[in-house]
Design a protein around this ligand. Structure first.
Ligand SMILES: NC(=O)c1ccc[n+]([C@@H]2O[C@H](COP(=O)([O-])OP(=O)(O)OC[C@H]3O[C@@H](n4cnc5c(N)ncnc54)[C@H](OP(=O)(O)O)[C@@H]3O)[C@@H](O)[C@H]2O)c1
Length: 331
């Protein structure tokens, strides 16, 4: 392997253009080498616009390219597993979009496939690697708000219908839980640092598209501590979290996708402390930089794809709880 990581992108996805490409450009050791599309003309146009050297008319051709070390997989959710597995077989490291797979079983197989092939697998929950989350972790672990008691987190935006957006396409494993709900769920797992012991939820299923379009969820963690989560495509709101300890609370705007100049606010005993976290880069950049460090310097990953099954386990329980009206015990 060279002193750089040479990247290929599987598809001309919107998120590749808006997030991955600019973020790789801000890392010290990432090079964008190729992009593939189902349509060669689309790949050519994407490559020209983003100054990427090579373009391919199929994903297979990109995977066969010897000059590519790692691939970014922003395909529709239903295709993450197949193309991660094919990339691993081709010896490519994989930075795969969230959710990693569409079931616990699929996630576990993806992790095993990548381990067998000796390639690194990250799920693109970029907040896990971001200085804002790492600083927040320090504040909580230092006991600044006392022992954790409960938290709220939400991620909503209005998705206009009718639409052919992959997010409302059942065949492609759309639905709001797969798209936005996975964020507050994985954030709650990150904040509590453990898996919940039960899940109670109510989902709304869009009758026309037959996918969930919003949900409210209660996760119970050890010690009867709770996370209350809202998510969906049916209302504006963006993303936010409030974390309550016995002695104070923390307000976090944009927990999943921090701005280059960002902050969170810690409230304790009538005091208000604004904690600035100025990463100075796109929210994807620290995760990609860490991916490079793991590959090139042998740094131990903060998190890998192996973390992903926990979020899918909860999504499966959310759907079951909503369907049956029962609380689902996870242990
Ligand atoms: N981490 C984040 O912040 C974040 C944000 C947004 C989205 N995402 C994730 O990224 C993935 C892509 O989301 P997106 O919004 O970028 O989607 P998108 O713009 O619709 O892109 C998906 C791409 O997949 C390719 N594709 C292959 N088969 C397809 C099919 N049957 N139908 C539609 N597209 C097909 C298409 O590229 P070609 O035609 O060029 O092959 C298409 O451009 C999803 O998994 C989503 O959850 C993550």
């Amino acid at each position: 392997m060279s002193e750089f990581i040479r990247w290929g992108i599987l598809s001309t996805a919107g998120i590749a253009a808006s997030a991955f490409v600019p973020a790789v450009g801000q890392t010290s050791r990432g090079q964008l080498v190729g992009v593939a599309s189902r349509d060669k003309t689309r790949a050519d146009a994407f490559a020209a616009e983003h100054k990427i050297e090579r373009s391919f008319g199929s994903y297979e051709e990109l995977l066969a390219c010897d000059d590519i070390d790692a691939i970014y997989n922003p395909l529709p959710n239903s295709m993450h597993a197949e193309w991660t597995q094919r990339a691993a077989e081709a010896g490519k490291h994989v930075f795969c979009e969230k959710p990693l797979g569409i079931s616990v079983a699929e996630c576990e197989k993806m992790v095993a496939d990548c381990a067998d092939a000796g390639v690194l697998l990250f799920e693109a929950f970029v907040f896990l690697y971001h200085p804002k989350s790492l600083k927040l972790r320090q504040v909580i672990d230092a006991g600044q708000i006392g022992p954790l008691v409960q938290m709220q987190a939400s991620f909503t935006f209005p998705l206009k219908r009718p639409t052919d957006n992959i997010r409302m396409n059942k065949e492609l494993a759309g639905g709001s839980l797969m798209d936005v709900g996975c964020y507050p769920i994985s954030y709650a797992r990150f904040i509590f640092g453990e898996e919940p012991i039960s899940v109670l939820a109510a989902c709304h299923i869009d009758a026309e598209y037959d996918v969930d379009s919003r949900a409210s969820i209660i996760l119970t963690f050890s010690g009867n501590r709770h996370a209350s989560l809202q998510q969906g495509f049916d209302a504006p709101g963006g993303q936010r979290a409030v974390i309550h300890g016995a002695d104070g609370y923390i307000d976090v705007l944009r927990p999943s996708h921090p701005l280059p100049e960002d902050h969170f606010v810690v409230y304790t005993g009538g005091d208000e402390e604004v904690v600035e976290v100025n990463a100075g880069v796109h929210s994807f950049a620290p995760a990609i930089e860490h991916f490079h460090d793991c590959l090139l310097d042998g740094v131990e990953p903060i998190s890998t794809g192996a973390n992903a099954a926990g979020t899918l386990r909860i999504i499966e329980a959310v759907l079951e709880s909503s369907r049956t009206g029962r609380r689902i015990d996870l242990v």
